[in-house]
Design a protein around this ligand. Sequence first.
Ligand code: KG4
Ligand code: ZN
Length: 337
Amino acid sequence: MKVLGIESSCDETAAAVVEDGQRVLSDVVSSQVELHRPYGGVVPELASRAHVVQVVPVIREALHRAGLAWSDLDGIAVTRGPGLVGALLVGVQAAKAIAYARQLPLVGVNHLEGHLQAIFLRDSDEPEHPVPCWPHLGLLVSGGHTLLLECLAPGQFRLIGATRDDAAGEAFDKGAKMLGLGYPGGMVIDRLAQVGDAQAVPFPRPMCNRGLDMSFSGLKTALSARLQKTGQPTEQALADLCASFQGAIVEQLVRKTLLAIDRTGLRELQVGGGVAANSALRAALGTAVSARGITLHLPPRKRCTDNAAMIAGAGYHHLVQGERADLTLNATASLPL
Ligand code: KG4
Ligand code: ZN
């Protein structure tokens, strides 16, 4: 079954074709980073307008790269939330128009479920790789969410922990903004931290309890207080600050993930969302879980951040179960898993 996925929840217009929920035939992402950079963050109105301009060319390109005609498609999956509602609506409207014109089955997909489907994807020229067995533990770390989940079956999740305030990606982005590193910040902090000393600056270690909830907003406050005292750092001091700030985020994520492993007894872990691309998190989780004999599944970096292949992959499971959306399908800004 060949499914066209469409994603427009934030600042990436994306379309992809995925076969049987796994084999990626095409994966096109048009980023709006340059558009939003001067504002230091995503401007919702500009995002919606850019999606309107990009959505049709991106979908056409996805079909072209897959070498397919409209008639080769078996279904359409589109992100229906969570995200910026004006941005989501562009993808949803495009998907509904194609489904209506081509008489194709349509499903709306939760963006978060998409992130947890990324690990099951492989490029069409890539050999099969081991994928997580069900049930397994999921750590979802994106710009808007930080969740620990028991992943029970495709599309079935049990939430066992979450951030109480900022998401991990939000902490990276806000920290980067304070350090004058621009938007989006996570990748820049990751890069600068590679030559920094993570022990150089003591950041608070919040939520040192036995619960699975997390908190990241205190780190931002600590960073702001430090900058007020020391002024903006440069060169090595900046790298040290980035490494220490990143270290505090990563340490909490790893500590809570290990607690979740103990609590659930699950032996496999998958990590998804933009922050899963972070080098320090990937390395620290690798070390921590392998010491316990846990199998770690990390998607390639390009499938950690937003893409439409993950939406097509998740949509496939809904389509084969007979789920269908009609033309009343709407976008929802806040949508739990
Ligand atoms: O999953 P995603 O692309 O969009 C959302 O669903 O939110 O995640 C975006 C987030 C941003 O906060 C970005 O700064 C962060 O992922 N991110 C990173 C890295 N790459 C992206 N954070 C830390 N290190 C990275 N290498
Ligand atoms: Zn995302």
